[in-house]
Design a protein around this ligand. Sequence first.
Ligand SMILES: Cc1ncc(COP(=O)(O)O)c(C=O)c1O
Length: 401
Amino acid sequence: MGFLADSVNRISPSQTIGMATKARELQAKGRDVISLSAGEPDFDTPDNIKAAAIAAIGKGYTKYTAVDGIPELKSAIKSKFRRENGLDYDTGQISVGTGGKQVLFNALVATINPGDEVIIPAPYWVSYPDIVRFAGGVPVVIDTRLEDGFKLRPQALETAITAKTKWFIFNSPSNPTGAAYRHGDLKKLTDVLMRHPHVWVLSDDIYEHLVYDDFRFVTPAAVEPGLYERTLTMNGVSKAYCMTGWRIGYGAGPAALIKAMAKLQSQSTSNPSSISQWAAVEALNGPQDFIAANNKVFKERRDLAVSMLNQAAGLSCPSPEGAFYVYPSCAGAIGRKGPSGKVIGNDEDFVGALLDAEGVAAVHGAAFGSSPFFRISYATATPALVDACERIQRFCAGLRA
Ligand SMILES: Cc1ncc(COP(=O)(O)O)c(C=O)c1O
């Protein structure tokens, strides 16, 4: 349609949101559907955080605020970076937006000129390439391999960098694979980046707290202080604090970038919700012990999902160290016939047939730039997760040559 802008025609709707919506629609029609498609914890927001929001309303903190965050929240974020990441930022180096997504959007749209390249390791979070395309940039996707635990090889990063590279987007723990980089892995990547001073780093740390076993989270600007001046470290309260609907994310980096992001936000959404900002102050400054309690449950579910999926015919599922996703290969199911008699030609066919036959909603790997895989979110009540994995096993067992 000629009326629409080229920038909008270059992007597609989020496929993860699409699958979650489809699952909700089927449920509303009365179908027995278990949705493993949404990227959000099933746990409720902790009570102390809710109480802080209610108190904020009571105090009349219901008006416009500073565009990119109230000083109290910026101060809480500053303390968080110091306490948890060993990073020092001034208030002028911190930006608060309506979710981490807006912070990423602001950063990319504020910096990308037509033709600028942005390196994105695949499988990637669905929004990265689309935001880059919207901004007029060129996503340069580098594949990672299951054998490498879906982690980027330093040589692959080196090869992808050109004179036009503007940003390298780094996401650990990763959505969709859960792959998480330890200090040694990350240092090898930061060493490459140190050789290319024109490349900026956008580190999406939103799953920082969702790590299991003995994993210790690290972020690029802390692993390599030489990158501090060209890194935007992004994070938010959505995942670890079970606050997806509150819409608060933040980023920290060089003041000139933060100022440009605030300028853009001042002409789009203005400040994030005043009430949510006060809730986020409590989230960051208040008790943190529920995170470990939630992680214990997430780890049990991860182990359960990995074990059950590896028992399904034709699937192979690595055990990741972070986030709340697993990303099994369905290579063994490709070319076989589903219950309807239709051949499963790719991972999109696989998740479509699984939804039709067993009412399990997952997201196909092609949406994340890597096939033949699918993503399952195990941020779902444990009995429903077990039920879903049993259905997947039954579905795979029923596939015919
Ligand atoms: C990797 C990644 N980054 C950023 C976000 C954005 O989170 P929010 O906008 O809810 O803060 C998400 C949400 O799914 C994500 O998975």
